[in-house]
Ligand binder design. Structure first.
Ligand SMILES: [Fe+2]
Ligand SMILES: [Fe+2]
Length: 368
């Protein structure tokens, strides 16, 4: 009986996840916040966090670091890409990560709007946006090499989504972005280690580094805010419980949202899980290990090699060569609006142009 009840609860929690940024958000947000408060009852902020010293303007050091690390992904030699070495799941995963990065333009106006009166966050937005552009461009260049470029109208549909802002409070939006950068970092890093194409492995590892830097920036903003407002920890936990990400709004349907969740969760293994718990410990003052154990349990079938739940698996190689068990693998070819997209927004056209440009530049540079 209890298992049945629990299964029912789990299933509704999954659907709640898929719609928690829809219009139902008004009703659901207070419930998530209530659960967060209950989970944090009797806890205190971590000593490590409270002792930390932060610069009054976090953007200055970020900018300094960012200009040293600047790169342009189209300078990389995509001719070395070996998409033929990818498993069916990894090919599918390329579309999921491309969607996340394609959502940038749709989600960004909400970020900038909320950040506009906070100079530190507004300035960071500018740098962040150009850094994310490398990810967007790089993934679509790779998809072209893979022979699975998106139809122009698909990119347009993502861009056209009227994304509901995560929150009106800039600090809550910072917490949401912190969460998605953390998950992006962990999933890219893990995915990077599984792919057999060295070019893609390198590109994913680079993107993971970028996301980690973004995560650290937001984390400092959030931690500094917690020092002054310990009760903000409940908002941070709420954001984690909601698994806030753009996928909820740009995937097209609730079942597609759950497909992307399954795609990403496959790469969330024990090292990622432990990292995640460590960040909980630092930000909330408690890792909530037993709660998160329950939260992640049964999300996916066990690992083929060690038979453990994926989030408990520490196999170095865990790709099983199977296609992912998702409902709608062809989502990226589907266009629902039914009208022609303008050529300017054709992401594949961009990818083709950038690939050609590099070839031209190389031909010119070659001694005749
Ligand atoms: Fe990114
Ligand atoms: Fe990022």
């Amino acid at each position: 009986m209890w298992t049945l009840l629990e299964r029912g609860f789990r299933r509704s929690a999954m659907w709640a996840y898929a719609i928690n940024q829809s219009r139902a958000k008004v009703v659901m947000d207070p419930i998530y916040l209530g659960v967060a408060k209950a989970l944090l009852r009797g806890t205190r902020p971590s000593e490590k966090l409270m002792k930390e010293r932060f610069p009054s303007n976090l953007y200055f050091p970020y900018r300094k670091r960012s200009r040293k690390l600047q790169y342009f992904i189209e300078d990389w030699d995509f001719g070395q890409a070996r998409p033929d070495l990818l498993t069916p799941r990894q090919r599918q995963m390329m579309h999921t990560v491309a969607l996340g990065e394609t959502s940038g333009s749709a989600v960004a106006d909400g970020f900038l709007r909320t950040f506009r009166t906070n100079p530190e966050l507004a300035a960071f937005f500018g740098t962040w946006f150009t850094e994310e552009l490398n990810h967007f461009i790089g993934y679509h260049m790779y998809l072209r090499q893979m022979g699975e470029p998106w139809p122009a109208a698909r990119g347009l549909e993502v861009a056209e989504t009227e994304v509901r802002v995560y929150a009106d409070d800039p600090m809550e939006v910072a917490a949401c972005n912190m969460y998605q950068e953390l998950i992006g970092f962990l999933v890219y890093r893990s995915f990077a280690k599984q792919v057999k194409d060295p070019f893609l492995g390198k590109m994913l590892a680079q993107f993971a580094k970028d996301e980690c830097r973004h995560f650290r920036f937001y984390e400092d903003v959030v931690a500094r805010h917690i020092q002054k407002n310990p009760s903000f920890r409940a908002v941070v936990l709420k954001v984690f419980l909601k698994a806030t990400s753009p996928y909820n709004q740009v995937s097209g349907s609730a079942s597609n949202v759950l497909d992307h969740l399954a795609m990403g969760a496959f790469y969330f293994r024990k090292p990622e899980y432990e990292y995640f718990l460590g960040e909980n410990e630092y930000l909330l003052g408690t890792s909530l290990r037993s709660f998160w154990d329950w939260y992640f349990k049964g999300l996916l079938p066990p690992c083929r090699f060690c038979s453990k739940e994926p989030y408990q698996c520490s196999c170095e190689h865990f790709e099983d060569g199977e296609p992912p068990p998702i409902r709608n693998p062809g989502w990226w070819k589907q266009v629902t609006s039914g009208r022609a997209a303008s050529a300017e927004i054709d992401v594949d056209e961009w990818a083709r142009e950038l690939l050609e440009e590099r070839k031209r530049a190389r031909a010119e540079a070659a001694p005749s």
